[in-house]
Design a protein. Structure first.
Length: 274
């Protein structure tokens, strides 16, 4: 019975992973079908005749390469900003007094409950008034607030697990809070930093609504927005559309593979604070 219990969690995790990865596998397989062919009936693991025509057409029909580079450039700016500011806010809440900590957590939880769609009109009015629409500024601006209240809460949970005596000892030695955060706190929450960085990258990379609202010039389009343009050019040419979707998905998979070592628990260690 104990052996069955030990195998239950890995088996459940494997089943859930397969359920989420199956659509991606179908998309990748469909991207290698001959251009112009309809989708297969049922699930096709490997196409009968593999072809790269869909990938060639994806780059020739729309400036997909530029859009991928744009999304990478935005993520390169937004992700470090979001991670750094969320970590600072989480540290400040963890080290604050009881009343200030409760207020900070309440604000973050309240913001987390606000639907993003409720903010679209207000944000558009602000950015339009500032004259920064059709630029990348509205896409990067959320990173100045930590990206998401969830990121702040994750860092707060990580920092509160560290014994406060460690921080107090560093402060008694004359270190400032900024130095304690940088030299003591952050090295102890590498797993959380990697996890938040991955989430921030996914949030930035997969952002479709903000570019749709704020960008008008094609040379500024991001990868998800360009994928929409590709689908509109040939909605029935499924291999080309699936090739574009595969190309847009690959950077997210690469980010996941880079973050897994830091996110995965070490043997004999804890998930947060490794």
């Amino acid at each position: 019975m104990s052996r069955l219990r030990r195998l239950a969690w890995p088996a459940t995790a494997l089943a859930v992973s397969v359920a989420f990865l199956l659509p991606l596998a179908v998309a990748i397989a469909g991207s290698f079908r001959g251009e112009g062919l309809p989708p297969p009936r049922g699930i096709e693991i490997l196409p009968a005749t593999a072809s790269l025509d869909g990938y060639r057409s994806a780059f020739s029909l729309v400036p997909l390469a530029r859009a991928l580079a744009n999304s990478l450039a935005i993520a390169a700016i937004a992700v470090p900003l979001a991670v750094g500011i969320a970590a600072l806010a989480g540290y400040a809440i963890a080290r604050a007094g009881r009343r200030a900590r409760g207020l900070g957590l309440g604000v973050q939880l309240g913001l987390l409950l606000v639907p993003v769609s409720a903010l679209w009109l207000g944000r558009f009015a602000i950015f339009s008034g500032l004259g920064v629409t059709d630029t990348w500024i509205p896409l990067i601006a959320p990173a100045l607030m930590g990206g998401s209240p969830l990121f702040v809460l994750l860092f707060w949970l990580a920092f509160r697990r560290i014994p406060s005596d460690i921080f107090d000892a560093a402060l008694l030695e004359g270190a400032s809070h900024a130095r304690v955060w940088r030299r003591v706190a952050m090295p102890m929450v590498r797993s959380t930093t990697a996890a938040v960085g991955l989430l921030a990258f996914s949030l930035s990379w997969g952002n479709f609504i903000d570019p749709l609202l704020y960008l008008n010039s094609e040379h500024l389009y991001t990868a998800p927005l360009m994928l929409r343009s590709l689908e509109q050019l040939g909605p029935t040419n499924w291999p080309v559309v699936l090739a574009g979707a595969t190309l847009v998905t690959l950077p997210a998979l690469a980010a996941l593979s880079l973050a897994l070592r830091a996110i995965a628990p070490r043997r004999g260690g804890s998930w947060i604070g490794s």
